[in-house]
Structures are given as C-alpha cells and as structure tokens.
Design a protein around this ligand. Structure first.
Ligand SMILES: Nc1ncnc2c1ncn2[C@@H]1O[C@H](COP(=O)(O)OP(=O)(O)OP(=O)(O)O)[C@@H](O)[C@H]1O
Ligand SMILES: [Mg+2]
Length: 306
C-alpha cells in the first residue's frame, strides 16, 4: 500500500490518463479517488460502464438536446459535462461496448463531442481514470477492446495486487476497520495470524465485512480465534483438505497398500507439508492452521524429516 501511495501522489500531480487494474475489492475506486484528491480540483464523476448499456449509456455520457427524441422535453447534460474541470472515473471500462469505445476515443482525442440530437459541439476538459478487473491486454487480443483506446488509457498504469499477495497489509487494514466499526475492540495475535493466512478472494472488501461482522457479533474487547466465524478458519483448512482429496494416485507414495486409501501417517505428512508451503514457512501460522501446538508441529516435522 505504501508503494501505491507513492504512485498515487505522483500521478495526482498530472492530468494524464491512468489505468487501474486489480481484482474485485482490491480498492480500485479508493485509489482513483485518492489520485483525484491529491490536487482536489473539480468534481469526481463515476461512470459505471457495467450498469449502463446501449442508447441509455450514450445519453448518460453525452447528454441530449431538447427534442432529440420523444420525451426529451428539455436538454440534459451528460456525465462528461459534469466532469468538466475534474475527473471522470470510468469503472469497469472492460464492459464498455465497442461502439461506445469508439465514441469515447474520439472525445479523448478531440476533447469535443456532440450531445444526442445536438448540432453544436460541446467541450469538456476532464481527466480520465479507468479501472477494470479484466485483463485488458487479453481483451484487446480477443478484439473485444479497441487497441487504440487501450493505448490512450494506458498512459500510466497502476496494478493493485490482491490481498493474498500483500498479506503484510492485513494487520494495518484490520486496525483501520476496527477504528471504523469497533468500540475498543482488539484482535488477539492468534486470530490476526489466521486473518493473515486466509486468501481473501473478495480482497479488502471481504476483509472489511469480516471485521464488521466480528465487531457486530462480539461486545469485545478481545476478538479471538473463536470469534472469527466459520468462514475464515474453515476455508483456510478446507483448502488443505480439498487439495488432499485430489492428489493423483501416482503421487501417493511408493506402494499404496490399497487403491484409494492413503496411510494416515502419509496424510498427516502431506497436510503438514502443505501448511508449511501455504504459510511460506511460517511455522507459527502453520501450527494454527493445523490446529496443533507449535511444539507438536516441530516434533512432527522432525519425525517426518521435513
Ligand atoms: N487501502 C484501503 N484502505 C481502506 N479501505 C479500503 C482500501 N482498499 C479498499 N478498501 C475498502 O474496500 C472496499 C472495496 O474497495 P473498492 O470499491 O475501491 O474496490 P474495487 O477494486 O473498486 O472493487 P470492484 O472491482 O468490486 O468494484 C471499499 O469499502 C473500500 O473502502
Ligand atoms: Mg469498483
């Protein structure tokens, strides 16, 4: 996050386009707003490319002139007009239909556009920040996204890593959310270790909800492993068990006594190995995940020669 923070303040000082890539819930909108707020000039307008499609989207973006179509009793300004002097945040840009991609490209090139049914050109001076959880380069290859627009948007790129690739951020985020939702709640070391070991498929958003839930369910002050709810603990564990189930027979050791049945000691050895790999060698967390004490883990590691 500190790395992102530095990039944000650098990017905030210019008006060049920024492309933000990241999985769902990683904080793309948070970062876009932070870039905008660096200078804090003008409005921040969100254009949600996934919720609007077709003609509706076009009139939302560009607005329309009076009498442009039945029911257009007065002129309506579009989102691009609203973003004048500020930032237009194109969220989920990968969802933008091809015809609108072309229209957007033209606006970015000419800084001018025409409202639906209007004769005169309008101009709007906005900075564009686009975000997507898709692999846009792939989309370009598959011809679902225009290459020229991609290069226009991709002047500065910022990739926000999923939470499982920056577990060191978890404690800071947890403290942040405890301040936001808690009333003097504190997280026990053991519980924090589990929060850090979990993979968070929904990233920061999911972590935020989890903390919120824990706080709502427990008056505190200490939140322990027992308060973590089934989800975090069990999915950390389930993952290990699941992967156990799918080990191909050929890999099950030298001579399995009976087809499909693995000796318990072998299951234990593999589970331990798995936990150690998963925690990247952190034996304290591995022991927590395995539900055994640290000394027991050390003893077993020695026993199995791991
Ligand atoms: N670094 C952070 N600090 C504090 N809160 C964060 C951070 N990153 C994300 N969040 C919180 O996580 C939630 C999701 O963030 P955001 O909406 O920016 O994600 P997103 O990448 O746009 O997700 P999606 O692709 O699903 O739209 C928000 O509630 C936001 O406040
Ligand atoms: Mg978003």
């Amino acid at each position: 996050m500190r790395h992102i923070h530095r990039l944000v303040s650098r990017m905030g000082k210019s008006r060049f386009p920024v492309l933000i890539l990241g999985e769902t819930g990683t904080g793309k909108e948070v970062v876009a707003r932070a870039i905008h707020n660096t200078e804090g000039r003008g409005p921040f307008v969100v254009v949600d490319c996934s919720s609007l499609v077709g003609p509706l989207m076009e009139s939302e973006l560009f607005g329309y002139a009076r009498g442009a179509f039945t029911g257009a009793h007065s002129q309506k300004l579009g989102l691009l007009d609203a973003a004048n002097g500020g930032t237009a945040f194109f969220d989920e840009i990968g969802e933008l239909p091809l015809d609108l991609q072309m229209k957007l490209l033209r606006v970015l090139q000419e800084k001018e556009y025409r409202a639906i049914g209007a004769l005169a050109q309008r101009s709007s001076d906005f900075r564009i920040i686009a975000a997507t959880n898709r692999d846009l380069a792939e989309e370009v290859k598959a011809k679902r996204f225009r290459e020229d627009l991609y290069y226009r948007l991709n002047v500065m790129k910022l990739r926000i890593a999923p939470l499982r690739e920056r577990r060191e951020d978890v404690p800071t985020l947890v403290l942040h959310f405890l301040q936001k939702y808690g009333s003097g709640h504190r997280v026990a070391d053991e519980a924090m270790a589990l929060l850090q070991a979990y993979d968070w498929p929904g990233n920061v958003r999911q972590l935020e909800h989890t903390v919120q839930q824990m706080v709502a369910m427990h008056t505190g002050p200490w939140l322990t492993k027992a308060d973590l709810g089934s989800s975090v603990i069990s999915s950390s564990l389930e993952k290990h068990l699941d992967s156990q189930a799918y080990i191909p027979l050929a890999e099950q050791g030298p001579e399995p006594p009976l087809q499909g049945i693995i000796p318990l000691a072998e299951v234990e050895r593999r589970t331990i190995l798995h936990a150690i790999e998963h925690t990247k060698g952190d034996r304290t967390v591995a022991a927590l995940l395995l539900g055994i004490g640290r000394t027991t883990l050390y003893r077993k590691l020695k026993e199995y020669g791991l």
